[in-house]
Write a protein that binds this ligand. Sequence first.
Ligand SMILES: [Zn+2]
Ligand SMILES: [Zn+2]
Length: 144
Amino acid sequence: MADRTGQCLCGNVHYTVSGEPVTARICWCQTCQKISGNGTANAIFPSGNIKVDGPLGCYTSQADSGNTISRHFCPRCGCHLFASSSASPQFRVVRLGTLDEPSSVKPQINIWASSAPAWACLDSGLKSEAKQPGPIQPKPSSPQ
Ligand SMILES: [Zn+2]
Ligand SMILES: [Zn+2]
């Protein structure tokens, strides 16, 4: 599909992302719940596919997985747009809700489902991992 575009809540930060995501997941780790009030829906793209126009703040902390995660947000409205992990710096996480067309990416899996709140609505049609799945792998180019 054509490049996807997105922006933060106040419009101070715009971005364009090309190509298709390597994967898309809904994350219920406790840090995601802190930044969003809920699980976060994310697509993972090669870092080089994302072009950002606007200033980004950054908050770095250790995730439940033990990896160092850098979370990038608009310094004006606080909207979280991106994240990256020390485990896989070649990829960047895009928060799906910041896309202009969030429905253009379909999450494939719930991760950290073991720390989801009791009231969370997890799509039973999706795969589910209790914690962090293995390292992100590029999509195989042919069916396995
Ligand atoms: Zn903003
Ligand atoms: Zn998370």
